[in-house]
Design a protein around this ligand. Structure first.
Ligand code: AMP
Ligand code: ZN
Length: 468
């Protein structure tokens, strides 16, 4: 599998540190408002990449933070007359609802910056002791000159950057030894949340949060670090500097960055005011449509949001759903006939779509091409699995379709149908147990179904069920 690594600017073969395991950190949102669909892009594309890694058999430790202390959160709290914690907790809960509705899996761990302050103080202390940071009037700065490789991710000319910064002259930061030095710890201002530290009552800088949370939950060197491309400089550059200097080993082996979601060919952002929240979109569309829309472009290409593209994503999702529902129907009502040679060949060909799909995903998470394999499979199923086809054939093809859509995180059978499938499976297991005269298991399954609100009726035509 190849990944485009922003560090080397090339597609590289992915080799995890530990065989069979992947540690992955994705920078999460600052929680002061509902997330917008730009924020949803990294969530969806990296969730899909995680699902693909799992499909390939990797055990993935996936960490994504919530930045819950920040100027914008404090500003929102003052405006509403509530505490910053209340704002942060509210929007973490709302963000989780949106994630669920987009079928983004919860991370293995979702750390929150404010619960990790001790780790941040410890890392800052270590950076000071090792000569990579210095304190001035209660503020601690990272000394970028002390890290030889500073700039390696953003591939920027540091001298140009330095002179640019010097012209800007950020007020209150004249005490910095170098214009590229950045804040690790800053003293509180009146009314702001703060924590005690050896340097001042205050709070951490944004960059140190991610270095500390990645270390705590994933280790000193991690396989993959991801986020939006706007984070490359300075955020990720600074994370590399902090982590490498504190831990004495390389920080992340592969860096993945998604391009922006634009609107009218301008970046969608809260500050420009040209955004839609995920919640806005959910008023008009099933969020699976939004997910399909995001996956229809390569994650490193800019994507322009438009009503036309959303309508086309909606039609595409319908096409997949119709094919899945028809196959499902055949599984329920088709014949029990043994497969003819020609049907076995159809099944073999259908199974071959997984390899084609994997090939596209192996090429740097190419979800756009992987989606076209799904559409090819839909077309193949519509032509080669006719109405009245044997159950076994329909089930075989449906299984392939569901495996691929599940990697993309697309829900193509409605909840009821998913539930029906689970119930059918339990009923089948109960029948098998009865046949084997394992009545204890059969009864246990009957009770389990009852707990789900399903009553079984043993009739002359076989087992029927109804909701109670
Ligand atoms: P923020 O809350 O601004 O820190 O952003 C959280 C994540 O969303 C980061 O990975 C950003 O890079 C990403 N992001 C923000 N706006 C967009 C956008 N318009 N398109 C793609 N990603 C974005
Ligand atoms: Zn981060």
């Amino acid at each position: 599998m190849k990944i485009f690594n922003s560090l080397t600017m090339t597609k590289q073969e992915f080799v995890p540190i530990e065989p069979g395991k992947v540690s992955m950190y994705v920078c999460g949102p600052t929680v002061y408002n509902l997330i917008h669909i730009g924020n949803a892009r990294p969530m969806i594309v990296f969730d899909t990449f995680r699902r693909y890694l799992e499909h390939k058999g990797y055990e993935v430790n996936y960490v994504s933070n919530f930045t819950d202390v920040d100027d914008k959160i404090i500003k929102a709290a003052i405006e509403e007359g509530v505490s910053p914690e209340e704002i942060a907790q509210r929007y973490i809960a709302e963000c989780k609802k949106d994630m669920e509705a987009m079928n983004v899996k919860p991370a293995t761990t979702h750390p929150q910056a404010t619960l990790e302050i001790d780790g941040m103080i410890a890392m800052i202390q270590e950076l000071i002791e090792k000569g990579h940071a210095y304190e001035k009037n209660g503020t601690v700065y990272f000394s970028t000159r002390s890290f030889r490789d500073y700039g390696e991710l953003s591939h920027k000319n540091l001298d140009d950057l330095r002179s640019g910064f010097r012209d800007l002259k950020v007020s209150g930061e004249e005490e910095k030894e170098d214009p590229l030095d950045f804040v690790l710890w800053k003293p509180k201002k009146e009314g702001e949340p703060f924590w005690p530290s050896p340097w001042s009552d205050g709070r951490p800088g944004w960059h140190i949060e991610c270095s500390v949370m990645a270390k705590r939950y994933l280790g000193d060197t991690i396989d993959i670090h991801a986020g939006g491309e706007d984070l490359i400089f300075p955020h990720h550059e600074n994370e590399i500097a902090q982590s490498t200097c504190a831990n004495g080993v390389p920080f992340a082996r592969y860096w993945m960055h998604n391009a922006f979601l634009n609107i009218d060919n301008r970046k969608m952002s809260k500050s420009l005011g040209n955004f839609f929240t995920v919640r806005d979109i959910s008023q008009k569309y099933d969020l699976q449509v939004l997910r399909l829309f995001m996956l229809s472009a390569h994650y490193r290409s800019p994507l322009n949001f438009s009503a036309e593209l959303m309508e086309s994503a909606k039609a595409s999702l319908e096409r997949i759903r119709n094919a899945a529902a028809r196959l499902r129907d055949l599984v329920e009502n088709g014949t029990d006939a043994v497969l003819a040679e020609s049907e076995k060949a159809v099944l073999r060909e259908a199974n071959g779509f997984t390899a084609k799909f994997d090939e596209r995903m192996d090429d740097d998470n190419n979800t756009a091409d992987a989606l076209s394999v799904v559409f090819d499979l839909v077309r193949f199923a519509n032509t080669n699995v006719p109405d009245g086809a044997p159950k076994e054939l329909a089930k075989g093809v449906l299984d392939v379709l569901l495996t691929l859509t599940d990697v993309l995180g697309l829900i193509v059978l409605t909840e009821k149908e998913n539930l029906d499938e689970e119930i059918e499976a339990l009923i089948e297991a109960r029948q098998a147990a009865r046949k084997a005269k394992d009545f204890a298991t059969a009864d246990r399954i009957r009770d389990e179904l009852k707990a789900k609100g399903i009553e079984l009726l043993d009739t002359r035509e076989g087992v029927k069920w109804k909701r109670i």
